[in-house]
Ligand binder design. Structure first.
Ligand SMILES: *[C@@H]1O[C@H](CO)[C@@H](O)[C@H](O)[C@H]1NC(C)=O
Ligand SMILES: *[C@@H]1O[C@H](CO)[C@@H](O)[C@H](O)[C@H]1NC(C)=O
Length: 133
């Protein structure tokens, strides 16, 4: 084999390796739980919830273990949140997965006081009370 052919074989091999290592996050929905209780349109909880979920989606992919708890900063209605991604995801894949978890959760649980979205590669949960799971 000449030099160019050897180089071609090496490059093709490397491309193949990259293709196997890169995989999309698995956003298969395993569980969606909606609290039966609803909040009304003017409820300040809606603002706290929006804050908490936006922060979960922004910060969780930047954490080393992709495991992040937060709490809304507004004192008139608290929202507590938690999100995780599978550790083998890349940070952008964690972002992608959490966006899918968000869409699924709010699609199924509109205006609920608590909800949980469990996808194969990530989770999001929020409540009106502190929790540790
Ligand atoms: C990450 O690892 C889990 C097992 O811990 C596996 O089920 C999942 O499919 C993997 N995801 C990716 C994107 O490799
Ligand atoms: C994604 O996750 C689901 C549920 O855990 C599993 O059945 C499926 O095989 C996974 N898909 C891939 C491509 O890994």
């Amino acid at each position: 084999m000449g030099f160019v052919q050897k180089l071609a074989v090496i490059i093709i091999g490397l491309l193949g390796l990259c293709a196997t290592m890169r995989s999309d996050p698995n956003t298969t929905v395993l569980q969606i739980l909606c609290n039966g209780g609803e909040y009304s349109s003017g409820d300040p909880f809606g603002t706290s919830l929006a804050y908490v979920v936006a922060e979960l989606e922004a910060v969780t992919p930047t954490r080393k273990d992709y495991d992040y708890y937060n709490i809304s900063p507004y004192p008139n209605a608290f929202a507590y949140g938690h999100a995780t991604c599978t550790k083998n995801l890349t940070s952008p894949d964690c972002t992608t997965c959490l966006a899918a978890a968000d869409t699924t959760m709010f699609g199924a649980c509109e205006k609920r006081i608590g909800a949980r979205s469990v996808l194969h590669d990530c989770t999001i949960r929020y409540e009106q009370y502190p929790f540790s799971e």
